[in-house]
Design a protein around this ligand. Structure first.
Ligand SMILES: [Zn+2]
Length: 413
């Protein structure tokens, strides 16, 4: 067996703090928990074995740096080690592991980089504990807003401030984790796909073009509650009847938009609340939640406009009022095109079947991309499962990912 295969197997277990990846309850390493801290210590230990200098920044991110020249530019790779409740051992961790493995391979073949190479283990990427994601990478790009963050509590009533202090982070200094633009040249993350496109189509590597961030709408239809038995059909102000066709409309319009465009859009009426929600009362109020995603922000806006038009028609046809509220409107993140081309070439040169694709989920790289040219590589995961104890990717996939990082660094570092 290849040396790197054994190394990956061993360090996969070490970073996960386990002796077997086969765990029915999966892994729970919430942001700023003792478990996350242990994983970060393990990361530092492995990095130090490789001769890297490690430190924790003011927000709790762990850095491991192969420093060749203080004056030289630094390039960075990395991902996260925290998980959701009963999550898998590969989401995030795969990216950290492969970045370290790439450094090991370069060192083993006596490669001499001209640039410094940093591996970052971002803190608290998942929103599982505080409902807020990518805290570590937000701090690095100076987008952590203490005033907004401070009052947020986890399910035990522990505030972010308290959790960070307990972790050993000085709350007063977290903004100092910001890294100036000139300190890094580019950033590259590797992640499991968390979808099934690569596996289904037998691709080895995905080079991500962009990350689809959502527009989220709340639709509130207001009618009048009344007795279901005594109110004649032509005298009703039934909010549910009025708004229900919107569910099908959103689905069918999204289907149509994918037929006519090269880009893809997904739109989902994913939430519904009915009031008073009783067998013998005509529904007076319906609240729907709609999640719209595409890397093409124009498509998202077109879909939103169509929904607003539809709601106006509902008001004309039915004796109800319909209010549309925009809950979230985040522009999607496009990744660096030059990096995409280089990653694609490197991967294909290695003989890997490689495709360009979009990411439907957010990652630390979407923050890093706001400040530095950035890239994201996907490796397949079994059945597209993630945030689940059965989340799995093979050592062979981790090896392929590592090889792409190695070859990319050979030319870029
Ligand atoms: Zn992740």
């Amino acid at each position: 067996m290849d040396l790197i295969t054994l190394w990956l197997e061993e360090k996969l277990l070490a970073l996960n703090g386990t002796t077997t990846m086969n765990r029915p309850d999966g892994f729970t390493r919430l942001g700023f928990s003792l478990e996350e801290k242990k994983a970060h210590s393990q990361f530092a230990e492995i990095a130090e074995e490789l001769g890297l200098i490690t430190y924790q920044d003011e927000a709790g991110n762990r850095w491991a740096v192969w420093e060749v020249d203080q004056q030289a530019p630094t390039i960075a790779m990395g991902s996260h080690l925290d998980t959701v409740h009963s999550g898998g051992g590969y989401d995030g961790l795969a990216g950290v592991l492969c970045a370290l493995a790439a450094v090991k391979q370069l060192k083993d073949c006596a490669f001499r980089p001209k640039k410094n190479i940093a591996v970052i283990s971002f803190i608290s990427e998942e929103s599982a504990r505080f409902g807020i994601s990518t805290i570590g990478s937000k701090a690095i790009i100076g987008e952590l807003h203490k005033a907004e963050l401070a009052p947020i509590q986890d399910s035990d009533g522990i505030t972010v401030t308290q959790a960070m202090e307990d972790y050993g982070i000085d709350w007063d200094r977290i903004e100092q984790a910001e890294v100036p633009r000139e300190n890094l040249e580019f950033f590259l993350e590797l992640h499991i796909e968390q979808g099934s496109i690569l596996e289904k189509n037998h691709y080895d590597i995905g080079v991500v073009k962009g990350i689809a961030c959502p527009i989220r709408l709340i639709i509130r239809a207001q009618g009048t509650a009344n007795h279901t038995g005594t109110t004649p059909m032509d005298e009703r102000k039934d909010a549910f009847v009025a708004i229900a066709p919107l569910v099908t409309f959103v689905y069918e319009e999204a289907l149509k938009m994918n037929e006519n465009n090269g880009s893809t859009i997904v739109a989902t009426v994913s939430k519904a609340t009915l009031k008073p929600n009783a067998m013998n009362v005509i529904p007076s109020e319906v609240e729907l939640g709609i999640d719209i995603r595409s890397v093409d922000d124009d498509l998202k806006r077109i879909m939103k406009e169509k929904i607003i038009d539809f709601c106006q028609q509902v008001e004309q046809k039915h004796p109800v009022t319909v209010e549309v509220q925009t809950l979230v409107n985040n522009d999607s993140v496009l990744l660096d095109e030059a990096m995409q081309t280089k990653l694609l070439q490197v991967s294909e040169r290695l003989g890997y079947k490689t495709m360009r694709m979009d990411s439907g989920a957010g990652h630390d790289v979407m923050n890093m991309a706001k400040r530095w040219p950035s890239g994201l590589l996907f490796i397949p995961c079994r059945d597209g499962l993630s945030h689940h104890p059965k989340e799995f990717t093979s050592i062979e996939n981790l090896e392929k990912g590592t090889h792409v990082l190695v070859e990319f660094l050979r030319t870029e570092a």
